[in-house]
Design a protein around this ligand. Structure first.
Ligand code: NAP
Length: 310
């Protein structure tokens, strides 16, 4: 069910300061993970980036490993067509996973590496691929059983001193892991998976801990990686019906209702989009313009969990 009641030209995504540490991102961030699937020529990639920015979506989420270590170079190739865009956008990237990949024959097992040497080498390669001399935000991609909080904090401070990275954060960290590193260097965000199909951060203290610290989480797979539209299990069926009903009541697109449901949480989640269709980015931005009633919000929670709250 889709209600195209808003023109894209009306849409203007606000910005958000993620924490007292001072990072400014757009309220909706464009995720680049799936860019290789979009099969765009460089000029089409540039056009997509420019259309996002025209709607106020000025922040772009990357990782060294996306597209088998290929997405940053695709983005850099597009950016090179219009370098003046760099100063008006925020680039996020991640490091800490070593994938088995044709371009990395030295990797003999998939593993994590959060050593100073690997973080530094990864950032330098990321900057080369993107064709930029700084990142706005660098995240440790996954908690590493061998991570040393002091070593990571010292490496972050050195990268900031060298002007290569302006802000730091983490991804998929537990509340305790976040707070341990945050005591050593102020972190701007924890990027975690959350959607009506994955409620974990709402119940494992991740969101409570971040709200307490005034740090906005970034949200990956807010639409369940697309499973909200097509997943066959019982929760998916219930959610499709209830979200569709709320979308009808509010006269808003289905995806906008999901983004609004997420952004309504008091920890101020910053959702990532995953689509290469500009219409899908517009539906995410539209979600910054309305809220659900408390009853509508809990109807979606009830459908997600399959039971009432006590
Ligand atoms: P998502 O929004 O949950 O899923 C996007 C998928 O849903 C796309 O394949 C999209 O297909 C599909 N979709 C189907 N109907 C749609 C509709 N009406 N509107 C929008 N999308 C629709 O997000 P995601 O791609 O899984 O993740 C978003 C971003 O999070 C990634 O790009 C990446 O930057 C980040 N991420 C981070 C981590 C981490 O560990 N930190 C992990 C995974 C992802 P179409 O392209 O056809 O629209």
């Amino acid at each position: 069910m889709s209600h195209a009641v808003h023109q894209r030209s009306d849409l203007s995504c606000p910005a958000v300061t993620t924490s007292a540490e001072g990072l400014r991102l757009s309220r909706v961030v464009a995720g680049m993970w799936r860019m290789t699937e979009w099969d765009m020529a460089p000029a089409q990639r540039l056009s997509f980036i420019e259309q996002c920015m025209a709607m106020g979506v000025t922040s772009f989420d990357h990782a060294d490993i996306y597209g088998g270590y290929g997405v940053e170079a695709l983005f850099g190739e597009a950016l090179a067509l219009k370098p003046s865009l760099r100063a008006q956008m925020q680039i996020v990237s991640k490091c800490g996973i070593k994938l088995l990949a044709a371009s990395r024959p030295e990797h003999t097992i998939q593993h994590y590496d959060t050593s100073a040497a690997h973080i530094t080498a990864s950032v330098e390669n990321t900057l080369r691929q993107l064709g930029t001399d700084y990142l706005d935000l660098l995240l440790i991609h996954r908690p590493d059983p061998l991570m040393d909080f002091d070593e990571i904090a010292a490496t972050f401070k050195r990268l900031r001193g060298e002007g290569k990275v302006r802000h730091f954060g983490v991804s998929n960290f537990s509340r305790h892991q976040f707070e341990a590193l945050n005591r050593r260097i102020a972190l701007a965000t924890n990027q975690v998976e959350f959607s009506p199909l994955n409620l974990a951060p709402m119940f494992d203290e991740t969101f409570d801990g971040l709200q307490d610290l005034g740090v906005a989480p970034m949200i990956w797979s807010p639409l369940g990686g697309g499973r909200l539209f097509s997943g066959g299990d019982a929760a998916g069926e219930r959610l499709r019906a209830v979200i569709g009903q709320v979308a009808g009541e509010l006269q808003r697109p289905f995806a906008s209702v999901v983004f609004a449901w997420i952004m309504q949480l008091p920890c101020r989640p910053v959702p990532l989009t995953g689509s290469g269709r500009i219409e899908a980015i517009a539906e995410a931005v539209e979600a910054t313009q309305f809220t659900l009633s408390r009853s509508q919000w809990f109807e979606i929670l009830r459908a997600a969990r399959g039971h009432e709250v006590a």
